[in-house]
Design a protein around this ligand. Structure first.
Ligand code: AMP
Length: 172
């Protein structure tokens, strides 16, 4: 089957969620079966090379790729959530987003000493992913790397990720 240009299934929404931000809308990619499958196939191949033992997905669009990826790799999935969503005892850390500040939480018994791959839809400044990595390491895990559908290279988010492996399918 032909390879699709995945970038053509990601549309720009100017001034969302606030003026000056160009939001990368991935819903056209999710809506097209061949594009969604290709994205997951490519993510699976890249993830496998990093040898993770668990997939950590960041709320909420990281869940859309992280959970199917974990299933394809035969691994478990651990959610990182916005504050107040997790029912069990949690650890928390703060991060800076391209459009605001935030807090992320993880169940304190979620990881242990495993190699984890952190998955999200998009790498912008890297604040969200770096915060997730700190949480994972606090819980005793080793971060094998990061995997994104999209990377906004002009924001240099990789610089915030401590030299660990970073994979992204589409760069803008
Ligand atoms: P950052 O912490 O700056 O790397 O921001 C990454 C997180 O914010 C990811 O969870 C993205 O889904 C979201 N995000 C940041 N900037 C954008 C953007 N321009 N378009 C879509 N999502 C974004």
């Amino acid at each position: 089957m032909d390879t699709l240009p995945l970038a053509s299934f990601i549309r720009d929404i100017p001034d969302f969620p606030r003026p000056g931000i160009v939001f990368k809308d991935i819903t056209p990619l999710l809506r097209e079966p061949a594009a969604l499958r290709q994205a997951l196939d490519e993510m699976t191949a890249r993830a496998r090379r990093l040898g993770p033992e668990l997939i950590v997905g960041i709320e909420s669009r990281g869940f859309l790729f992280g959970a199917p990826l974990a299933d394809r790799l035969g691994l478990g999935f651990v959610p990182v959530r916005k504050p107040g969503k997790l029912p069990f005892r949690s650890v928390r850390d703060e991060y800076v987003l391209e459009y605001g500040n935030g807090v992320l939480e993880m169940h304190e018994d979620a990881l242990g000493r495993h190699r984890v791959l952190i998955v999200d839809d998009l790498l912008a400044t890297g604040g969200t992913a770096a915060c997730t990595a700190r949480l994972c390491e606090r819980l005793g895990a080793e971060v094998a790397g990061f995997l994104f559908l999209v990377e906004l290279t002009f924001l240099q988010g990789r610089a915030a990720l401590g030299g660990r492996p970073v994979e992204a399918l589409v760069a803008f």
